[in-house]
Design a protein around this ligand. Structure first.
Ligand SMILES: [Zn+2]
Length: 347
C-alpha cells in the first residue's frame, strides 16, 4: 500500500504537463542552438548539447519509474514554476544574444558587401581607364589616318576642277620669287631614260612647283623639266613616267603617292597651259583665266602697279586686247579704277 500511496501522491496530469513542457524546452533549445551556431558556433553547440541532455533526461520519465522524482503535487507545482522561470529567462537571454549576434552579423555582411562592391567598381574603373589608355593612341592614330585619307580624297577630287587653287606648301628648296611648291618628297626615286651621264636610278628629293619638276640628289645631280615642256605623263602602279623636251628629266619617277602626285602634276600642267598657251585664232576672247588672275594678283602683291591703291582693282591688258594683246601673265597687270581710266586716256 505504501508503494501505491506514493504513486497516488503523483498527479499524473501535472506530471505529463511537466514532461511535455520539458520536451518542448529541449527541442526548442536544440533548434535555437542550430540557429545560434550559424552566428556563434561555440554558444550554438553548448545550447544544442543542453537541449539534447535535457531531452535524454526527460524522455525516460514516467510516473512509476524508479529514477523519476516522486514528489507531492505542491513540490511538482513549485518545480514547474521554477523550471518555467528558469527557461523563460534563459530563452530571453539567448534571444537577446541571438538578436545582437544577428544584427552584428548583418552589419558585417553589409560592410563586406559594400567593400566588395566598392572594390568591384574600382577594379572596373581601373580596367576601363587602362582600356581607354591603350585604346586612345589607337583611336588617335585612326583619326589621323582618316584625316589624311579624307584630305587626299578631297585633293584628288578638287584638283580636277580648273577653278580650284592648287594648294601650295612651304619647302626647303630655293625657288624663284613667286614660285609655288606643290610637292616636296625627300626620298623619291628617279630613273632617267635619256641622260646617259646621270646614274641609272637615284634616290633624292622630288620637287614639283607651278613652273617645273626638279629632282636632286646629294651628289648635285639635278635634272629639271619645265611644266610647259612636258609632253606626256603616264602613271603605272608605282611610278610615274614623264617625257618632256628635256632629255635629262625624262624617265620614271617614284614618290610616296603616285596617284596624288599625278593629280597635282596634271593640275599644274593645266594651269601652265592656261597661262602660256597662245590664244587660238577665232576663239579670241577677253576672258582672263582664273589661274592667270591668281598669278598676276600675287605678282603685283594685290595692289595697283601704278599707285599702290588696294581697292577697286581691275585686271588690265598691258597691250590692249583690241590691239591683239594676249590674256597671258606677261600682258596682264593689276590697276585701280582711276589709273585704269587715266591709262585709257593716254592711249
Ligand atoms: Zn592706281
Amino acid at each position: 500500500m505504501a508503494d501505491l500511496g506514493e504513486v497516488d501522491q503523483v498527479d499524473v496530469d501535472a506530471f505529463t504537463a511537466i514532461k511535455l513542457r520539458c520536451i518542448a524546452y529541449s527541442i526548442g533549445s536544440i533548434l535555437l542552438g542550430i540557429g545560434l551556431s550559424s552566428i556563434w558556433v561555440v554558444a550554438g553547440i553548448v545550447v544544442i548539447l543542453a537541449g539534447v541532455v535535457l531531452l535524454c533526461i526527460v524522455v525516460p520519465w514516467s510516473p512509476n519509474a524508479e529514477e523519476t522524482p516522486k514528489n507531492s503535487n505542491s513540490a511538482l507545482s513549485r518545480a514547474v514554476v521554477l523550471i518555467d522561470e528558469f527557461m523563460r529567462s534563459s530563452f530571453l537571454l539567448l534571444n537577446s544574444l541571438a538578436q545582437k549576434g544577428y544584427h552584428a552579423w548583418q552589419e558585417k555582411r553589409e560592410r563586406a558587401k559594400k567593400a566588395m562592391e566598392e572594390q568591384r567598381l574600382q577594379e572596373e574603373g581601373e580596367k576601363l581607364s587602362r582600356l581607354a589608355q591603350t585604346q586612345q593612341p589607337i583611336l588617335d592614330q585612326q583619326n589621323r589616318e582618316q584625316k589624311i585619307i579624307d584630305k587626299r580624297q578631297y585633293l584628288l577630287q578638287n584638283l580636277q576642277d580648273p577653278k580650284f587653287p592648287i594648294p601650295a606648301i612651304s619647302c626647303e628648296a630655293e625657288l624663284e620669287p613667286g614660285e609655288e611648291c606643290y610637292w616636296y618628297h625627300v626620298g623619291a626615286v628617279f630613273a632617267s631614260d635619256g641622260d646617259l651621264r646621270g646614274p641609272q636610278s637615284s634616290i633624292g628629293t622630288l620637287i614639283l612647283t607651278d613652273q617645273r619638276i626638279v629632282f636632286c640628289n646629294k651628289d648635285g645631280y639635278a635634272p629639271e623639266l619645265s611644266i610647259e615642256h612636258i609632253i606626256q605623263i603616264q602613271a603605272n602602279a608605282d611610278e610615274l613616267r614623264i617625257s618632256g623636251k628635256s632629255k635629262s628629266a625624262t624617265g620614271a619617277y617614284w614618290t610616296q603617292d603616285i596617284i596624288l602626285f599625278e593629280a597635282f602634276l596634271r593640275a599644274a600642267i593645266r594651269v601652265a597651259k592656261d597661262v602660256y598657251a597662245p590664244q587660238p585664232e577665232g576663239s579670241r576672247s577677253r576672258h582672263i583665266a582664273e589661274s592667270v588672275k591668281r598669278k598676276v594678283f600675287k605678282r603685283d602683291k594685290g595692289q595697283c602697279v601704278y599707285c599702290g591703291w588696294r581697292e577697286e582693282l581691275h585686271f588690265d591688258h598691258v597691250i590692249p586686247f583690241s590691239r591683239g594683246g594676249a590674256n597671258t601673265i606677261e600682258n596682264i597687270q593689276l590697276l585701280c579704277k582711276r589709273c585704269n581710266l587715266t591709262k585709257s586716256d593716254d592711249i
